[in-house]
Design a binder for this molecule. Structure first.
Ligand code: SF4
Ligand code: SF4
Length: 209
């Protein structure tokens, strides 16, 4: 197959698990127990298709444009597409389709579930890595933003804006990130440099979704 990077690429995405469906000999990639991609293997364990989801209009267009893309083999043909693993689809284009497939399936899940699977708060913080987690703080997702440093009885302003006002799963869905609300919501013990680094790290975590 022309795409030896595919397993590493898919497994590097947040929350992805894989299994082997032995009866079909498919390596299946899941997000939150929903499949978003599969590598279909023949009896000699050689890939014969890569299955991925696209929105129906894009899928139809890609099938017309690229002979190496056909309606999803052994799948719902409206949503799923099969890419020939030895065809001429450029690596970057296949990566874009796999990214879209991942996002389509992820964004179909309830928003709180998305954050849980991603292991990120609305602002891209991994609360499990925080020294206060499980001690002073249950974590932003579990507390629905009402963490100890939020205004009394209210969620943190970023959580309030992202979830309660805009109904996003995370600020990754917002074109204004990192916005003025982010700039105004900071740990006062941080230096300017530390805060800038924290913002950059969180934006970077969100952009990897
Ligand atoms: S909400 Fe803030 S303080 Fe609480 S665990 Fe998450 S990062 Fe740490
Ligand atoms: S305006 Fe700011 S806090 Fe609100 S959703 Fe957008 S990036 Fe997040």
């Amino acid at each position: 197959m022309k795409y030896p990077w595919i397993d590493e690429y898919l497994m590097a995405k947040r929350g992805v698990t894989k299994d082997l469906q032995a009866e079909w000999n498919w390596i299946r990639y899941h997000i939150g127990s929903k499949m978003f991609a599969a590598v279909l293997l023949d009896h000699d364990d050689r890939p014969y298709y890569i299955n991925l989801k696209l929105n129906p209009a894009e899928g139809e267009l890609m099938r017309k444009q690229y002979p190496d893309v056909i309606p999803g083999y052994y799948s719902n043909k409206l949503h799923w597409n099969s890419v020939k693993p030895d065809g001429d689809i450029p690596d970057d284009l296949l990566k874009t389709w796999l990214d879209r497939s991942y996002l389509l399936v992820l964004q179909d899940l309830p928003k709180a579930k998305q954050r849980e699977i991603l292991g990120l708060s609305v602002c891209g913080t991994d609360c499990s890595a925080c020294p206060l987690h499980g001690n002073l703080c249950t974590g932003c997702n579990e507390a629905c933003g009402k963490v100890f440093h939020a205004p009394e009885g209210k969620p943190c302003p970023i959580y309030g804006c992202c979830v309660n006002k805009h109904h996003y799963a995370t600020c990754a869905s917002c074109s204004r990130v990192p916005c003025a609300v982010w700039q105004a919501t900071r740990d006062p013990s941080m230096t300017d440099e530390q805060f800038e680094q924290s913002v950059n790290d969180r934006v970077s975590a969100l952009r990897k979704i």
